[in-house]
Design a protein around this ligand. Structure first.
Ligand SMILES: Cc1cc2nc3c(=O)[nH]c(=O)nc-3n(C[C@H](O)[C@H](O)[C@H](O)COP(=O)(O)OP(=O)(O)OC[C@H]3O[C@@H](n4cnc5c(N)ncnc54)[C@H](O)[C@@H]3O)c2cc1C
Length: 476
């Protein structure tokens, strides 16, 4: 018997299990373990029950029973979240509700450019289904092979397609949500325009499972680009990268579909630790940009456009070198380089990470200022800066000094966080651009957001979840 079995009444466990059937009510510690392990290893929750409903009706009955018995519910999709929002607490009172069996694509409407999809569909599966229908579903992130649509919406995921297509919130037209009471809010509409009162769906998107359970959604599809050209460029500074961004936006407009900034340190870490990685550029540069241009007309059109931008940037001295992918495979290799960056920081020892955004124009100044405060908190700490520069979003990570022990560096977690986030705030930026709040940033959000904003969020929470059973202790 685990500590928590004593805390979650066995008779209650049986009542929940009766809703989904024994096979889909996981009680065995070994079966439950994968739901409690999260990627960063920062949070270790406890539960004695994971429920895997197979229908909206089962979700509704689970929530009705949860409300009746005051049982806290933690929704979980692909379990790839990076802020601990999908992990239960240690009380043992919380039940994990996994949505992964709700995995049907209900409809692809090619003429309306929409897809109606259940919460447990894996992001990559949806991308492939859209592709097969000659459409693009543009949400794209390194965890796409395992994260699921319910988690993407609940964390309002960003990723590499935001520049041209927007984040998860902007891709969502309608939702189906089971409320804590078990009532089903069916708002699965395909409308681009709808000015009929409060935008309820957008309360659930980005709520990190604190207001209700998303069971399905209507999402936007786009024409599938005919040409997709990827380039890697080297330059001397973030200021030069900003000039390249301005030039590329001027020339390509909405055809500029990605603009990723990579500092020399993460670039070098990736060359050193990445598996099957090849060097994109022959020479070393202080900063790099991965840029993608998509064309609705043809490959040749996309290629002509990206080459024109790069030629002009070279001529103006904005960049020092650039290479355009010679094939789809090389384009994929460039993207693989980008997606491999985060994991290549791990072998360098402990790190303190920040997922920040500032106005795009302020990025060079932010990088300058933040480097100074990092050095002030920990001389010799190594800044590992990369991210979605076109969205003003940087993963501003700090690796420990080479000769430090991990523990000594991690002891500086709070001072480092506060110092970097103070710089973010000085630019009116955000301390969580795309990963959310979860457990990781809850206290800082509460301490630093305008009190009125926190008060309004608490009132919204109380209106939807008066008993406080939806993912307690997360966000606010
Ligand atoms: C390698 C890697 C790269 C990543 N890159 C990015 C990136 O570029 N951009 C980005 O934004 N994120 C990124 N992430 C973070 C993560 O992948 C995203 O936040 C993702 O959207 C989470 O989806 P999930 O299915 O794993 O959700 P989970 O982790 O299972 O859950 C996330 C949150 O949603 C809630 N939730 C889950 N399902 C539901 C539901 N059906 N109804 C209500 N609430 C629900 C959970 O309670 C939790 O609060 C990355 C993660 C990894 C591991």
């Amino acid at each position: 018997m685990t500590e928590i079995s004593a805390k979650l009444d066995p008779a209650l466990i049986d009542r929940f299990a009766a809703i989904v059937g024994d096979k889909y009510a996981l009680r065995d510690e070994q079966d439950i373990a994968p739901y409690l392990i999260e990627r960063r290893g920062l949070w270790h929750g406890v539960t004695s029950l994971v429920l895997r409903p197979g229908s909206v009706d089962e979700v509704s009955r689970i929530m009705r029973l949860a409300t009746e018995t005051g049982t806290p519910i933690v929704p979980q999709s692909g379990n790839t979240g990076l802020v601990g929002a999908q992990v239960p607490d240690k009380s043992g009172r919380e039940v994990i509700l996994s949505l992964s069996r709700l995995n049907r694509i209900r409809e692809i409407d090619v003429l309306s450019n929409t897809v109606t999809v259940e919460a447990g569909v894996i992001l990559q599966t949806l991308q492939e289904a859209a592709d097969a229908a000659d459409r693009l579903f543009p949400l794209s992130l390194a965890a796409q092979g395992s994260c699921q649509i319910g988690g993407n919406l609940s964390s309002n995921a960003g990723g590499t397609g935001v520049l041209a297509y927007g984040n998860a919130r902007e891709l969502c037209l309608g939702v189906e949500v089971v409320l804590p009471t078990g009532e089903v809010f069916d708002d699965l509409r395909k409308l681009k325009k709808d000015n009929t009162g409060y935008d309820l769906k957008n309360l659930f998107v980005g709520a990190e499972g604190t207001l209700g359970i998303i069971t399905a959604a209507v999402l936007k599809l786009f024409p599938r680009p005919k040409g997709r050209e990827v380039a890697f460029a080297g330059m001397s500074s973030p200021k030069a990268a900003l000039s390249l961004f301005t030039l590329a936006m001027d020339r390509a407009g909405a055809s500029l579909t990605a603009f990723e900034l990579i500092g020399k340190r993460p670039y070098d870490f990736t060359l050193k630790h990445g598996q099957g990685i090849t060097r994109p550029l022959a020479d070393d540069w202080p900063w790099y940009v991965l840029m993608q241009v998509s064309s609705g007309r043809s490959e040749e059109d996309g290629r002509a456009l990206i080459e024109e931008i790069l030629a002009e940037a070279l001529e103006q001295g904005i960049i020092g070198d650039a290479v355009v992918s010679a094939s789809l495979a090389q384009g994929d290799a460039f993207w693989n380089f980008r997606e491999t960056l985060p994991e290549c920081q791990k072998p360098e020892g402990a790190s303190i990470k920040h997922d920040i955004s500032v106005p795009t124009a302020a990025i060079p100044e932010f990088i300058d200022k933040a480097a100074g405060v990092v050095e002030g908190v920990c001389p010799g700490a190594r800044v590992v800066c990369f991210g979605h520069m076109g969205d003003g979003n940087l993963h501003y990570n700090i690796s420990r000094p080479v000769d430090w022990q991990d523990e000594a560096f991690l002891a500086l977690y709070h001072p480092m966080n506060h110092a970097v986030h103070d710089v973010v705030r000085s630019f009116h930026g955000s301390i969580s651009a795309e990963h959310g709040i979860g457990q990781l940033k809850r206290d800082e959000l509460i301490a630093t957001a305008p009190p009125m904003a926190i008060d309004l969020m608490r009132r919204v929470k109380a209106a939807f979840d008066p008993a406080g059973i939806m993912n307690p202790g997360k966000v606010i």
